[in-house]
Ligand binder design. Structure first.
Ligand code: HEC
Length: 244
C-alpha cells in the first residue's frame, strides 16, 4: 500500500508532528479503509455496467435484478479484488463501514426497482455513475464519510469538485503523475482532523459512448459528450474520512 500523508493548514500542526514522528496509526487505518471503500464502490459500478443491457431491455418487465442479486454480485467482485468476504463479516470497525456502503448500494437498487422493472422503456437513466452518487449520499448519511464521484467537466451539479478536489484532479491530469496512484492528505475539516483521499479513474472503451467524441454531441442520457479518449483521465472517486 502506498500512502502519502502530508498535513497542511494551521490546525494540522500537531497532526503533522505526529505523522512525521512516525505515529501515523490512525491515518494509516483510515487510508486503508478508504482504499477498500473505493474498491467496493468500483465493484458496485462494475455490476451495474455488466447488467446495463438487461436493465435497458424494453421487452422485459421483471429483470430479476433485485437488491439481493445485486449485493451478491458486488460482494463476489469485491472478494475477487481484495480477498475480503463481506458475506462473512468479521465485526471490525472497518468491516462495519464496508457493510454500511454495501447496505447503501443495495438500498439504491431497491429504491429503483420500479424504474429497473418498467416494461416498454429502454434507457431508464439507471447507470453506474447514478448508482454511485446515490449510494455515496446514503453512505454519507449513515457514516459521516463523504464519498463522491467528481471531475473537472462534471455533469451532475453535486459532483462539482471543491477546491481540494480540483487541485488533485489537476495533479492526476499531469503526465508525470504515477498512473492509478491514490492521493491522500490529512486535512482539518470543520475543526476536526480528516483524511482526504482521491482515486483517479481512466476512460475505458465503454465510457466513450457517453463521454467520448465528438465533443458536444448528445449521448443516450441527453448530456453533451466531453471528448474523452481511451486511457485518459476520467475523473476520480473522492472520500473525506473523519479521523478519530
Ligand atoms: C450511459 C452513459 C454513460 C456511460 C457509459 C458512462 N457515463 Fe459517466 N456519467 C454519465 C452521466 C449521465 C453522469 C452524471 C451522473 C449523475 O447524475 O450523477 C456521469 C457522471 C460521471 C462521473 C462524475 C462526474 C460528473 O460528470 O458528474 C464520472 C467520474 C464518470 N461519469 C465517469 C465515467 C467512467 C469512468 C465511465 C466508464 C467506466 C463512465 N462514466 C461511463 C453517463 C455515462
Amino acid at each position: 500500500m502506498s500512502v502519502q500523508v502530508v498535513a497542511r493548514g494551521i490546525g494540522g500542526g500537531l497532526l503533522a508532528w505526529m505523522l512525521v514522528m512516525g505515529n501515523p496509526v490512525h491515518a494509516a487505518n483510515e487510508a486503508e479503509t478508504g482504499e477498500l471503500l473505493v474498491k467496493l464502490v468500483s465493484a458496485g459500478r462494475a455490476v451495474v455496467t455488466e447488467n446495463q443491457e438487461l436493465i435497458n431491455d424494453a421487452s422485459k418487465g421483471d429483470k430479476g435484478f433485485t437488491p439481493q442479486v445485486f449485493e451478491k454480485k458486488q460482494v463476489a467482485k469485491f472478494k475477487e479484488k481484495t480477498n475480503i468476504d463481506l458475506s462473512k463479516p468479521d465485526g471490525s470497525a472497518q468491516t462495519r463501514l464496508l457493510l454500511a456502503l454495501l447496505e447503501a448500494g443495495r438500498e439504491v437498487v431497491e429504491d429503483n426497482q420500479f424504474k429497473i422493472n418498467k416494461q416498454g422503456i429502454g434507457f431508464k437513466g439507471f447507470i453506474p455513475a447514478v448508482w454511485g452518487r446515490l449510494a455515496g449520499e446514503k453512505f454519507g448519511q449513515k457514516t459521516g464519510i463523504k464519498l463522491k464521484l467528481t471531475n473537472m467537466d462534471y455533469r451532475f451539479p453535486g459532483n462539482k469538485p471543491d477546491e481540494f478536489e480540483a487541485e488533485v484532479l489537476k495533479l492526476f491530469a499531469d503526465a508525470n503523475y504515477p498512473k492509478g496512484k491514490e492521493y491522500t492528505r490529512m486535512t482539518v475539516v470543520n475543526g476536526k482532523p480528516a483524511l482526504r483521499m482521491m482515486a483517479p479513474e481512466y476512460a475505458g472503451a465503454k465510457c466513450l459512448g457517453c463521454h467520448g467524441e465528438p465533443v458536444g454531441e448528445r449521448d443516450i442520457t441527453g448530456n453533451k459528450k466531453e471528448g474523452w479518449k481511451e486511457g485518459g483521465l476520467a475523473g476520480a472517486i473522492s472520500l473525506v474520512i473523519p479521523v478519530k
